[in-house]
Design a protein around this ligand. Structure first.
Ligand SMILES: Nc1ncnc2c1ncn2[C@@H]1O[C@H](COP(=O)(O)OP(=O)(O)OP(=O)(O)O)[C@@H](O)[C@H]1O
Ligand SMILES: [Mg+2]
Length: 239
């Protein structure tokens, strides 16, 4: 049974001539939120895509609970307990809210486990419970974000990779979703790697923060320490 400590060691990923990740070292500990911050093009999404096996690194390793998963197929990485919520809210608007959620259940998961997962997601996100039989196109931006996070949770992940969940949402909704995320981590001990451009909000709920710039880690510390560092905030975090 996986406990969910994710280590990235010396990870380098390129796209042709572009080095998107340059010897990146990160440890995301179980039961903690690790925020990955940085400007456009810093390599944040590439980090998540490399961890989940969607792109392959040229060197370095991705290790989950001591097991090297660097070259594992993306499906095997998902099976190992890593759920990736990519940028953009990929809800299927022709399906109902509940049908969207059920798509997140692992193939072969027992009916009982799926029903329990659904109940948990509805408890965490009441707006989804209220609309479970409606087509997903009726959902607001914030509700769609809840839906894609909920769908990822249906697989019962030990590690949740979230790519800019706050994008395009009003500050009040961001605070709500981040608060729910914090509650989830505290209750279930999930490991979260939270990619965000909204550094101020992310650091307010994260335990640890990592700042990327042009594919390199330029800072890595307790979230509160990073948030209090004026020089770093002005240079890289935009607040
Ligand atoms: N499929 C691709 N092909 C070529 N270059 C790419 C590709 N995806 C990303 N890049 C480049 O890799 C670098 C890192 O991109 P990445 O998407 O990881 O950044 P990001 O930190 O997620 O940025 P944003 O905040 O804008 O989402 C950028 O220079 C980008 O142009
Ligand atoms: Mg990105």
């Amino acid at each position: 049974m996986s406990t969910g400590t994710l280590e990235v060691q010396g990870l380098t990923t390129t796209y042709g001539p572009v080095t998107a990740l340059d010897a990146v070292d990160i440890t995301a500990e179980q039961g903690k939120i690790t925020a990955v911050l940085g400007a456009n093009g810093a390599g944040k999404s590439t980090l998540l895509r490399t961890v989940s096996g969607l792109v392959r690194p040229v060197s370095g390793r991705v290790v989950l609970d001591g097991a090297d998963i660097t070259r594992a197929p993306a499906e095997a990485i998902a099976q190992a307990g890593i759920a990736h919520v990519p940028e953009g809210r990929g809800v299927i608007t022709e399906l109902t809210v509940e049908e969207n959620l059920r798509l997140g259940a692992m193939l072969g998961a027992s009916r009982k486990r799926t029903e329990r997962g659904l109940a948990q997601v509805y408890e965490m996100f009441p707006p989804l419970a209220e609309r479970k039989r409606r087509d997903a196109h009726v959902l607001s931006g914030g509700e769609r974000q809840m839906l894609v996070i909920g769908r990822a949770l249906l697989s019962g992940p030990s590690v949740l990779l979230l790519d800019e969940p706050s994008l395009g949402l009003a500050p009040r909704i961001v605070a709500q979703i981040f608060g729910l995320l914090r509650d989830l981590v505290d209750a279930e001990g999930v490991t979260v790697l939270l990619v965000e451009q909204n550094a101020r909000s992310a650091l307010s709920i994260a335990d640890v923060g990592i700042v990327l710039n042009l594919g390199r880690v330029v800072a890595s510390d307790a979230a509160a320490t990073l948030a209090a560092d004026d020089g770093l905030r002005h240079a890289y975090l935009g607040f």
